[in-house]
Design a protein around this ligand. Structure first.
Ligand SMILES: Nc1ncnc2c1ncn2[C@@H]1O[C@H](COP(=O)(O)OP(=O)(O)OP(=O)(O)O)[C@@H](O)[C@H]1O
Ligand SMILES: [Mg+2]
Length: 276
């Protein structure tokens, strides 16, 4: 039985936007993710994907609910302890890369290891190894502004791998890239999954990319409406109970004629209203 990396039970997230207003963004999310899984999270714009990702990544705490990351109860930790765990256990990849400007690719990859207290020698050797893994060896002395979008994202993925995290969390990592470059980046995630045995959670708006993973979790208005192993891939670690299956089937029927994953006008409006 594979080890549980993520164990979330009934996670609720509310934002207080000035009395008496309160927005509930996540309505009781329960997910278990096992070591070695490659999971996609999909859903319309504003459905709560990034909010969930921030909680999985211990960047934010749930209002209600319990969360164990690699066996550790996250809710009880101090901020200092939390940032240590984050640096060790989580590798983040963002849509906008978030590399440190005016700093070489190699130094960007070294940074999480510097925070983790690794020696200079160890940092450099691991950073070189990771840049080779993402095929960026020949650009290791380049600064972010001297790299293309796809190259920046490859460096960001190498950085995410620096401390050999338990899980890679990627929030629309191909969102700012053209489809060909996005393809190359997706291939790197497959390599991390297959070759490095990484557990990966990928948020994406692309149904094609989601369909390449082993399990697709669909979120709508802050709730999971389906969680299913991908029959095309043949793996199924998902919660396989009857009710989830039924929900999934009902949902696919309901959305059969509305299958594109573009943000719907109603969601955008809702999002704008929330941002005010
Ligand atoms: N700090 C906050 N305060 C109040 N509301 C927030 C806050 N952060 C997010 N929200 C609201 O929570 C909802 C979900 O946002 P979230 O960013 O998780 O959506 P998403 O599914 O990632 O969307 P997208 O696909 O556009 O990235 C939105 O309606 C948003 O306006
Ligand atoms: Mg988002």
């Amino acid at each position: 039985m594979a080890k549980k990396i993520i164990e979330m039970s009934n996670i609720i997230k509310r934002y207080y936007i000035g009395q008496p207003n309160e927005l509930q963004i996540l309505n009781g999310i329960s997910i278990d993710i096992y070591e070695g899984e490659f999971v996609a999270i999909v859903g319309a714009s504003g459905s709560g994907k990034s909010t969930l990702m921030n909680i999985i990544g211990a960047l934010d705490k749930p209002t209600v609910g319990t969360y164990h990351l690699n066996g550790v109860d996250i809710s009880s930790l101090s901020d200092k302890r939390l940032s240590k765990i984050r640096n060790k256990e989580i590798g983040f990849v963002f849509q906008t890369f978030n590399l440190i400007p005016r700093t070489s690719a190699l130094k960007n990859v070294e940074l999480p290891m510097l925070y983790a207290g690794k020696s200079r020698r160890e940092r450099i050797s691991r950073a070189k190894e990771l840049l080779e893994l993402v095929e960026m060896t020949d650009r290791s002395s380049h600064k972010p502004n001297e790299l293309s979008g796809g190259q920046k994202q490859r460096v960001a993925i190498a950085r995410a791998m620096a401390n050999d995290p338990s899980i890679i969390l990627a929030d629309e990592p191909t969102g700012a890239l053209d489809s060909k470059t996005g393809r190359l980046v997706m291939d790197i995630f497959h390599k991390l999954h297959k070759q490095e045995k990484k557990t990966i959670v990928l948020i994406t708006h692309s149904p094609e990319l989601a369909s390449e993973t082993e399990r697709i979790i669909t979120i709508s208005d802050g709730s999971i409406i389906s969680d299913t192993g991908n029959p095309d891939i043949g793996a199924d670690h998902a919660e396989n109970n009857e009710s989830v299956r039924q929900q999934y089937e009902e949902n696919s029927e309901a959305s059969a004629d509305n299958s594109d994953d573009m943000p719907k006008p109603v969601d955008l409006k809702k999002k704008e209203a929330h941002e005010k």
